[in-house]
Design a protein around this ligand. Structure first.
Ligand SMILES: [Zn+2]
Length: 237
Protein backbone atom coordinates (compact mmCIF):
# COMPACT_ATOMS: atom_id res chain seq x y z
CA UNK A 1 0.00 0.00 0.00
CA UNK A 2 1.40 3.33 -1.04
CA UNK A 3 1.42 6.62 0.85
CA UNK A 4 2.33 9.77 -1.07
CA UNK A 5 2.91 12.94 0.95
CA UNK A 6 3.42 16.35 -0.64
CA UNK A 7 3.86 19.96 0.44
CA UNK A 8 1.99 22.33 -1.86
CA UNK A 9 2.75 26.00 -2.55
CA UNK A 10 6.51 25.88 -2.16
CA UNK A 11 7.48 29.51 -2.80
CA UNK A 12 9.78 32.06 -1.14
CA UNK A 13 6.60 33.95 -0.16
CA UNK A 14 5.58 31.12 2.19
CA UNK A 15 9.01 29.78 3.15
CA UNK A 16 8.72 29.74 6.97
CA UNK A 17 5.55 27.63 6.84
CA UNK A 18 6.93 25.35 4.13
CA UNK A 19 9.95 24.69 6.34
CA UNK A 20 7.70 23.99 9.31
CA UNK A 21 5.66 21.46 7.29
CA UNK A 22 8.92 19.82 6.21
CA UNK A 23 9.98 19.51 9.88
CA UNK A 24 6.58 17.99 10.78
CA UNK A 25 7.04 15.38 8.04
CA UNK A 26 10.59 14.65 9.13
CA UNK A 27 9.38 13.84 12.65
CA UNK A 28 7.32 11.02 11.11
CA UNK A 29 10.08 9.77 8.83
CA UNK A 30 8.42 11.24 5.73
CA UNK A 31 10.34 12.85 2.86
CA UNK A 32 7.52 14.74 1.11
CA UNK A 33 7.36 15.79 -2.52
CA UNK A 34 7.65 19.55 -3.03
CA UNK A 35 5.24 21.43 -5.33
CA UNK A 36 7.16 24.50 -6.45
CA UNK A 37 5.54 27.68 -7.83
CA UNK A 38 7.97 29.58 -10.12
CA UNK A 39 6.45 33.01 -9.43
CA UNK A 40 3.65 32.99 -6.85
CA UNK A 41 1.06 35.67 -7.78
CA UNK A 42 3.73 37.32 -9.92
CA UNK A 43 5.47 38.72 -6.83
CA UNK A 44 7.75 35.89 -5.67
CA UNK A 45 10.08 34.78 -8.48
CA UNK A 46 12.15 31.83 -7.25
CA UNK A 47 15.26 33.16 -9.02
CA UNK A 48 15.06 36.20 -6.76
CA UNK A 49 15.74 34.22 -3.61
CA UNK A 50 18.96 32.19 -3.82
CA UNK A 51 18.74 31.12 -0.15
CA UNK A 52 15.28 29.67 -0.71
CA UNK A 53 16.44 27.86 -3.84
CA UNK A 54 19.41 26.43 -1.98
CA UNK A 55 16.98 25.11 0.63
CA UNK A 56 14.81 23.42 -2.03
CA UNK A 57 17.86 21.93 -3.79
CA UNK A 58 19.11 20.57 -0.46
CA UNK A 59 15.73 18.90 0.18
CA UNK A 60 15.82 17.43 -3.36
CA UNK A 61 19.28 16.06 -2.57
CA UNK A 62 17.70 14.35 0.48
CA UNK A 63 15.22 12.62 -1.79
CA UNK A 64 12.28 15.05 -2.13
CA UNK A 65 10.63 14.73 -5.54
CA UNK A 66 10.10 18.09 -7.23
CA UNK A 67 6.87 19.05 -9.02
CA UNK A 68 5.94 22.12 -11.00
CA UNK A 69 2.82 23.63 -9.38
CA UNK A 70 1.42 26.19 -11.80
CA UNK A 71 3.31 29.21 -12.97
CA UNK A 72 1.82 31.90 -10.70
CA UNK A 73 -0.94 29.90 -8.95
CA UNK A 74 -3.55 32.63 -9.49
CA UNK A 75 -5.93 33.29 -12.36
CA UNK A 76 -4.73 36.60 -13.72
CA UNK A 77 -5.60 36.83 -17.39
CA UNK A 78 -7.78 33.69 -17.44
CA UNK A 79 -11.47 34.52 -17.94
CA UNK A 80 -13.78 31.99 -16.28
CA UNK A 81 -16.88 30.59 -17.89
CA UNK A 82 -19.80 29.74 -15.64
CA UNK A 83 -19.09 26.03 -15.86
CA UNK A 84 -15.59 26.66 -14.59
CA UNK A 85 -16.96 28.88 -11.84
CA UNK A 86 -19.28 26.08 -10.72
CA UNK A 87 -16.48 23.52 -10.73
CA UNK A 88 -14.24 25.77 -8.67
CA UNK A 89 -16.95 26.91 -6.26
CA UNK A 90 -15.91 26.45 -2.67
CA UNK A 91 -12.63 24.82 -3.58
CA UNK A 92 -10.32 27.73 -4.18
CA UNK A 93 -9.96 31.47 -3.77
CA UNK A 94 -9.20 32.41 -7.37
CA UNK A 95 -6.27 29.98 -7.39
CA UNK A 96 -7.40 27.74 -10.27
CA UNK A 97 -4.69 28.96 -12.64
CA UNK A 98 -5.07 26.03 -15.06
CA UNK A 99 -8.83 25.56 -14.81
CA UNK A 100 -9.72 27.46 -17.98
CA UNK A 101 -6.64 26.73 -20.08
CA UNK A 102 -6.72 24.84 -23.37
CA UNK A 103 -3.80 22.69 -24.55
CA UNK A 104 -1.67 25.47 -26.04
CA UNK A 105 -2.08 27.83 -23.10
CA UNK A 106 -1.42 25.07 -20.56
CA UNK A 107 1.59 23.80 -22.50
CA UNK A 108 3.07 27.30 -22.75
CA UNK A 109 2.83 27.83 -18.99
CA UNK A 110 4.18 24.36 -18.24
CA UNK A 111 7.14 24.85 -20.61
CA UNK A 112 7.96 28.26 -19.10
CA UNK A 113 7.68 26.90 -15.58
CA UNK A 114 9.84 23.86 -16.30
CA UNK A 115 12.50 26.05 -17.88
CA UNK A 116 12.64 28.23 -14.77
CA UNK A 117 12.87 25.29 -12.37
CA UNK A 118 15.59 23.64 -14.45
CA UNK A 119 17.57 26.87 -14.71
CA UNK A 120 17.31 27.03 -10.93
CA UNK A 121 18.98 23.63 -10.66
CA UNK A 122 15.84 21.58 -9.97
CA UNK A 123 14.72 18.45 -11.86
CA UNK A 124 10.91 18.30 -11.78
CA UNK A 125 9.36 14.85 -12.33
CA UNK A 126 5.74 15.97 -12.57
CA UNK A 127 3.08 18.65 -12.53
CA UNK A 128 0.19 19.33 -10.16
CA UNK A 129 -2.27 22.08 -11.14
CA UNK A 130 -3.12 24.58 -8.38
CA UNK A 131 -6.12 23.31 -6.37
CA UNK A 132 -5.95 20.20 -8.65
CA UNK A 133 -8.13 22.16 -11.09
CA UNK A 134 -7.44 21.55 -14.77
CA UNK A 135 -9.02 20.18 -17.90
CA UNK A 136 -7.87 16.98 -19.62
CA UNK A 137 -5.78 19.16 -21.97
CA UNK A 138 -3.44 20.05 -19.11
CA UNK A 139 -2.67 16.41 -18.34
CA UNK A 140 -2.04 15.85 -22.04
CA UNK A 141 0.30 18.85 -22.06
CA UNK A 142 2.15 17.39 -19.05
CA UNK A 143 2.57 14.09 -20.85
CA UNK A 144 3.83 15.69 -24.04
CA UNK A 145 6.19 17.93 -22.09
CA UNK A 146 7.88 14.68 -21.06
CA UNK A 147 6.97 14.64 -17.35
CA UNK A 148 6.33 11.31 -15.65
CA UNK A 149 3.28 12.20 -13.53
CA UNK A 150 0.43 14.64 -12.94
CA UNK A 151 -2.57 14.42 -10.64
CA UNK A 152 -6.02 15.73 -9.86
CA UNK A 153 -7.97 15.28 -6.65
CA UNK A 154 -9.14 11.79 -7.60
CA UNK A 155 -6.22 10.15 -9.34
CA UNK A 156 -2.53 10.09 -10.16
CA UNK A 157 -1.72 10.05 -13.89
CA UNK A 158 1.42 7.99 -14.41
CA UNK A 159 2.25 9.14 -17.94
CA UNK A 160 5.48 7.18 -18.01
CA UNK A 161 3.45 3.95 -17.81
CA UNK A 162 0.16 5.18 -19.31
CA UNK A 163 -1.74 4.42 -16.12
CA UNK A 164 -4.33 6.36 -14.15
CA UNK A 165 -4.33 5.29 -10.51
CA UNK A 166 -7.37 6.18 -8.41
CA UNK A 167 -6.16 7.71 -5.18
CA UNK A 168 -8.01 9.66 -2.50
CA UNK A 169 -6.26 12.74 -1.18
CA UNK A 170 -6.42 13.90 2.41
CA UNK A 171 -6.14 17.68 2.72
CA UNK A 172 -7.24 20.32 5.17
CA UNK A 173 -8.63 23.81 5.09
CA UNK A 174 -7.77 26.41 7.69
CA UNK A 175 -9.91 29.09 6.04
CA UNK A 176 -12.30 29.98 8.84
CA UNK A 177 -13.28 28.10 11.98
CA UNK A 178 -16.06 26.07 10.36
CA UNK A 179 -13.87 24.78 7.55
CA UNK A 180 -11.05 24.02 9.98
CA UNK A 181 -13.39 22.00 12.15
CA UNK A 182 -14.82 20.27 9.08
CA UNK A 183 -11.43 19.31 7.72
CA UNK A 184 -10.23 18.00 11.08
CA UNK A 185 -13.35 15.84 11.37
CA UNK A 186 -12.90 14.68 7.80
CA UNK A 187 -9.28 13.71 8.45
CA UNK A 188 -10.44 11.38 11.25
CA UNK A 189 -13.20 9.90 9.09
CA UNK A 190 -10.87 9.30 6.18
CA UNK A 191 -8.59 7.31 8.43
CA UNK A 192 -11.48 4.96 9.14
CA UNK A 193 -13.00 4.87 5.64
CA UNK A 194 -9.92 4.87 3.44
CA UNK A 195 -7.47 2.80 5.43
CA UNK A 196 -7.58 0.16 2.70
CA UNK A 197 -7.02 2.46 -0.30
CA UNK A 198 -4.07 1.00 -2.25
CA UNK A 199 -2.63 4.45 -2.97
CA UNK A 200 -3.36 7.19 -0.42
CA UNK A 201 -2.19 10.80 -0.71
CA UNK A 202 -1.72 13.41 1.98
CA UNK A 203 -1.41 17.01 0.77
CA UNK A 204 -0.12 19.70 3.12
CA UNK A 205 -0.56 23.43 2.47
CA UNK A 206 1.26 26.32 4.17
CA UNK A 207 -2.17 27.86 4.84
CA UNK A 208 -3.05 24.84 7.01
CA UNK A 209 -0.80 26.21 9.74
CA UNK A 210 -3.14 29.16 10.31
CA UNK A 211 -5.21 26.87 12.53
CA UNK A 212 -3.69 25.15 15.58
CA UNK A 213 -6.41 22.49 15.38
CA UNK A 214 -5.50 21.73 11.77
CA UNK A 215 -1.81 21.59 12.66
CA UNK A 216 -2.54 19.01 15.38
CA UNK A 217 -4.74 17.06 12.97
CA UNK A 218 -1.92 16.94 10.40
CA UNK A 219 0.45 15.58 13.03
CA UNK A 220 -2.13 12.95 14.05
CA UNK A 221 -2.75 11.96 10.43
CA UNK A 222 0.97 11.63 9.63
CA UNK A 223 1.38 9.44 12.71
CA UNK A 224 -1.68 7.31 11.86
CA UNK A 225 -0.98 6.81 8.18
CA UNK A 226 2.73 6.05 8.59
CA UNK A 227 2.01 3.40 11.22
CA UNK A 228 1.16 0.69 8.70
CA UNK A 229 2.42 2.17 5.42
CA UNK A 230 5.89 3.15 4.36
CA UNK A 231 5.94 6.55 2.62
CA UNK A 232 6.27 6.04 -1.12
CA UNK A 233 7.81 8.02 -3.95
CA UNK A 234 5.83 8.87 -7.08
CA UNK A 235 8.72 7.37 -9.03
CA UNK A 236 7.86 3.99 -7.49
CA UNK A 237 4.28 3.95 -8.85
ZN1 LIG B 1 -1.36 25.14 -4.46
Amino acid sequence: MALLVTIHDVTPALQPRVEKLWAMCARHGVVPGLLVIPDWHGVAPIEGDPAFLAWVRARAAEGAEIFLHGERHDEVGSPRGWRDAVRAFGRTNGEGEFLTLDYDAARARIDRGLARLRTAGLAPIGFVPPAWLARAATHEAVRRAGLAVSEDDGAVYVHARQRIIASPVLRWSARGAFRSWGSVTQARMRWRLQRAAPVMRIALHPGDLESAAVERSINDALAAWTRDRAPTRYADL
